[in-house]
Design a protein around this ligand. Structure first.
Ligand SMILES: *Cc1c(COP(=O)(O)O)cnc(C)c1O
Length: 455
């Protein structure tokens, strides 16, 4: 019924261009249409239940259908659904949220928050504020950005320009000039070393060499995700971020952490950088900020950055802003969602259940031929699939095996994200060890059944 070409789902899908999908494919197969969700489970229009191991898209940290969040949204809709925060008008939820974020970010010494509607906005804002910071500070030549290969910073032209995945860029070039990518410390795939600590040092050196090569007086900022998400959950060695902070300080370069995935507990600490005790100059936040109930993102800056706007320069204003900056309903949802994150100590649960999950997956799935690497930090985990374990040969994105595996996991009642050659696990942070066991069982059966297709 669902794959009947005349069904409502298929007809609707012809009109809808899905992000990150080929319209040709979408016209041939009906989408999986979800209707409702509760906790860590989602239900399709046929009433079938699935375990949501994606957390939507890394974002539903508090779980689906939380009544505290829904009530906050409803109450705000009753009072004030929308008003602008341009200039000198404000609303109560955005004031509360800015104070809340600065309190939550006290260990990182963050001082000010600016709001947009998602992670791409948060990165675009950070890039523009970094450029302006240097102009207000009398070093107008500092305009370049350095970032990491495999990095993901959203899809605006700024984020596309600093993004480290060429297939997401090539069709939209030319991008912003002055953006350069250096090697990411990826233990499973790098030409340098199998020693984590040595790799952290090598990659920090590569960043330093690039800054020196460009000329430090031309480099505005280094931007990276504390743990790379969309690149395939690449967890850096423990020494990498502290070394990056040192390198940036040595050359005066701003350090921007894109915490859109890692923010609010996912990597096992409230913020990704906090896991290594590193304080960036700016942080980009979205996804977990209100668990995806309403679009929202934020960029926060520390005292060093804030101070630049004390200048008596005639353009020492924030000449940037979105119609929905500080949207009251989105901010009300964030205040309620973040209260849950703190009250239930979801970062600690992510650390505990994430560690259990990686170990469980390694024990139960590690021996499969197609499983090349299982890695993660907190509840951001990847199973990297390979066609040849010894050679670490990747599947091509159009390999029918990947599609079959996806169908088979769904048949088991699991939604899991197939990203390139990796399966990504990023469930709500209320996930329990029992949920991990349930998921692992479904994955093992799907691998067993998919093996028939490869042989
Ligand atoms: C998802 C993501 C973004 C983009 O966020 P959108 O809300 O999709 O615009 C940016 N950076 C990182 C690290 C992300 O994971």
């Amino acid at each position: 019924m669902k794959h009947d070409a005349g069904s409502n789902e298929t007809r609707a899908n012809i009109r809808h261009w899905h992000p990150m999908a080929a319209p040709r494919a979408a016209e041939q197969a009906a989408p999986l249409v979800f209707e409702r969700a509760e906790g860590v489970y989602i239900y399709d229009t046929g009433g079938r239940r699935y375990l949501d191991s994606q957390g939507g898209l890394w974002c539903v940290n508090v779980g689906h259908g939380r009544k505290e969040v829904k009530q906050a949204i409803n109450a705000q809709l009753e009072r004030l659904p929308y008003y602008t925060t341009f200039g000198d008008t404000s609303n109560l939820p955005v004031i509360e949220l800015a104070e809340r974020l600065i309190r939550m970010l006290a260990p990182e010494d963050m001082q000010r928050a600016f709001f947009g509607s998602g992670g791409s906005d948060a990165n675009e804002t950070a890039m523009k504020l970094a450029r302006q910071y240097w102009k207000l500070s009398g070093e107008a030549q500092r305009t370049k950005f350095i970032s990491l290969k495999q990095g993901y910073h959203g899809v605006h032209f700024g984020g596309t320009s600093i993004g480290g995945q060429m297939y997401l860029r090539s069709m939209y070039e030319p991008v912003l000039p002055g953006c350069f990518q250096v090697d990411t410390p990826w233990l499973y795939r790098n030409p340098y070393t199998e020693d984590a600590e040595e790799l952290g040092q090598v990659c920090a050196n590569l960043l330093e060499r690039e800054i020196v090569h460009q000329g430090p007086h031309t480099v505005a900022a280094f931007i990276a995700e504390p743990v790379q998400g969309a690149g395939g959950v690449i967890v850096p060695p423990d020494n990498y971020w502290p070394l990056v902070r040192e390198v940036c300080d040595k050359y005066g370069v701003l350090l921007i952490a894109d915490e859109v995935v890692t923010g609010f507990g996912r990597s096992g600490s409230m913020f990704g950088c906090r896991g290594w005790g590193v304080k960036p100059d700016m942080m980009c936040l979205a996804k977990g900020i209100n668990s995806g109930y309403i679009p929202l993102g934020a960029t926060v800056v520390n005292e060093r950055v804030r101070k630049a706007w004390d200048s008596d320069h005639p353009l020492a204003a924030i000449l940037h802003g979105y119609t929905y900056s500080g949207h009251p309903v989105a901010c009300a949802a964030a205040n309620a969602a973040l209260q849950i994150v703190e009250d239930e100590d979801l970062p600690a649960n992510a650390a505990k259940v994430g560690a259990y999950c990686v170990e469980k997956l390694q024990n139960e799935l590690g021996d499969y031929d197609v499983v090349g690497d299982i890695r993660g930090k907190g509840l951001m985990i990847a199973i990297e699939l390979v066609t040849d374990k010894a050679a670490k040969e990747s599947f091509t994105p159009d390999d029918p095996y990947l599609h079959t595996l996806q169908e088979l996991t769904r048949k088991e009642g699991l939604v899991i994200r197939n990203l390139g050659s990796s399966l990504i696990i990023s469930p709500p942070l209320v996930f329990t060890e029992e949920h991990v066991d349930e998921m692992t069982g479904m994955l093992a059966r799907a691998f067993d059944n998919a093996a028939a297709v490869r042989n």
